[in-house]
Design a protein. Structure first.
Length: 485
């Protein structure tokens, strides 16, 4: 055999051995990963695309439901057509984004349909979804993966976390989805979202966890999982799953100005809320009674802290547990009930998860030294107020003051007025066409500064007549007349 031929044979043998070794390595990685159900990873620890999306989707799809709601919006007419009509003729581009389909415009009102998702948590027919999917709905229809439809009722809701629990009756053979542990979730982990984006039922999308603990300004308990798994209108309330097929988040929000940026409520938060919704229909939270702000580098230096951590007390409410415990404005809370507070946003969530009435130790920094106070936690009350037309008749709205944050979010020039946070179905306010998110700026042609001024003017109104409200909605203003009983 000549040297050239021998060299060619030797090179071929080396390449064959190399390819065999590479194939063995990949095969080994796949087998090791499949055994854990967490996805494919090589021996170097570099994550690869999981091989079991199909198995996972098949395993959980029967536990994911489509939710359709109908809300009757009263008080239609020309001014309402101005705000909800369709200047784009055949297609309104905003309908797709919000998942809303207003229809049946008339002087008597119109029906507003919306879509969402949810997932079954037990064989009794309880389903978890977002509060904004079912809030103020006159009708709720749940469609299972096999096409069967059921009427649903709200068992409980928690606007602060945007979670709701609904229930269907008469369904058999339900397939609940197990809840996982969102605290164990790691950034970069593979996740799958299932829901009904734009009404396209049982849509499966995949991605990774982009970040944890995101604050997006939706409320006091912001703690979102960020993911690049595609989430669109209609996915709201559906599950975000790990590779074991466990729910680790509830898909809730999207960033309208970006792509591949979605947010989900951690399932551990839902595990705290859902039992209370099932038992009482609402959530009871503990209350300390302080206003807090972030400790910045400059504030840490001013308060003689060695490092930037804790929650700075900017206000102590009168007769609150904090005041009774001796906590003062300017104190910096470092620990609460044995839990270290590294960031101010952690404190509200830790307090709310603590039992009402429990006596807790609070370690705080004051004037350069550290001291400990004990506070017996009270029960948080709703700050919003239900407005009464008289001692016997309600107009049926819940209001709260317009804060600078709300004013900024709604594009208002200042923070005067009150914002409607709830409209009671069937109430005079509902029949007049008031909606959640409306900002009431005037009553009977007189400016309204805050909720106290609003309540005072309501009490002055005569029963049997009506009040004229100037309301800011969307990009404009409109007048709404509300009967007073």
């Amino acid at each position: 055999m000549d040297k050239k031929k021998f060299s060619r044979i030797l090179i071929a043998l080396v390449l064959a051995v190399a390819m065999l070794g590479l194939g063995y390595g990949i095969s080994t990685a796949v087998k090791a990963s499949d055994a854990t159900g967490t996805g494919v990873s090589g021996t170097s620890g570099v994550a690869m695309i999981p091989a079991n999306f199909s198995d996972l989707a098949e395993k959980v799809r029967s536990g994911v439901v489509n939710i359709q709601t109908v809300k009757t919006m009263k008080g239609g007419g020309p001014v309402f057509r101005h705000f909800f009509g369709n200047p784009f003729q055949d297609r309104d581009p905003f309908e797709d984004f919000f998942g809303l389909r207003p229809q049946s415009y008339s002087s008597e009102g119109f029906e507003q349909n919306s879509l969402g998702s949810g997932f079954i948590i037990d064989r009794e027919g309880y389903i978890v979804t977002n509060n904004h999917v079912v809030e103020n709905a006159d009708e709720i229809k749940v469609k299972l993966s096999d096409g069967k439809e059921f009427d649903a009722k709200v068992a409980g809701k928690d606007p602060k976390t945007d979670l709701a629990l609904i229930k269907i009756d008469g369904a058999s053979g339900l397939h609940p989805i197990a809840m996982g542990n969102s605290d164990d979730l790691k950034v970069g982990s593979w996740v799958v979202a299932i829901g009904s984006p734009f009404g396209l039922e049982q849509t499966v999308t995949a991605g990774i966890v982009s970040a944890k603990g995101r604050i997006i300004g939706s409320g006091p308990y912001d703690n979102f999982i960020q993911t690049d798994a595609s989430i669109n209108p209609g996915n709201s309330g559906g599950p975000l799953l790990n590779m074991k097929g466990e729910v680790i988040g509830i898909n809730t929000a999207i960033m309208a100005s970006g792509q591949g940026i979605g947010f989900a409520i951690p399932v551990n938060m839902a595990k705290e809320v859902v039992p209370q919704l099932k038992e009482k229909g609402k959530v009871t939270r503990a209350w300390l009674g302080v206003g807090i702000q972030e400790v910045t580098e400059s504030l840490a230096q001013s308060f003689k802290l060695k490092e930037k951590k804790g929650a700075l007390v900017s206000q102590v409410f009168q007769n609150s547990p904090a005041e009774k415990a001796g906590i003062e404005q300017g104190d910096i809370i470092l620990e609460f009930d044995g839990k270290e507070i590294t960031d101010s946003k952690e404190l509200p969530m830790i307090v709310s998860a603590t039992p009402v009435g429990k006596a807790v130790a609070i370690k705080l920094a004051r004037n350069g030294s550290v001291t400990t106070k004990e506070a017996k936690l009270g029960e948080m009350e709703q700050k919003a107020e239900v407005v009464k037309a008289s001692s016997r008749k309600m107009i049926g709205i819940t209001i709260q003051d317009v804060t600078p944050q709300i004013a900024n979010a709604l594009g208002l020039k200042d923070d005067s007025g009150v914002v409607v946070s709830h409209v009671e179905p069937g109430s005079p306010a509902a029949h007049a066409g008031l909606q959640k998110g409306d900002v009431i700026q005037e009553i009977n042609r007189k400016p309204v500064k805050d909720s106290q001024a609003f309540l005072h003017k309501i009490e002055e109104a005569k029963e049997g007549g009506s009040i004229l409200l100037l309301v800011h909605r969307g990009q404009g203003n409109l007048f709404v007349a509300v009967p007073m009983g």
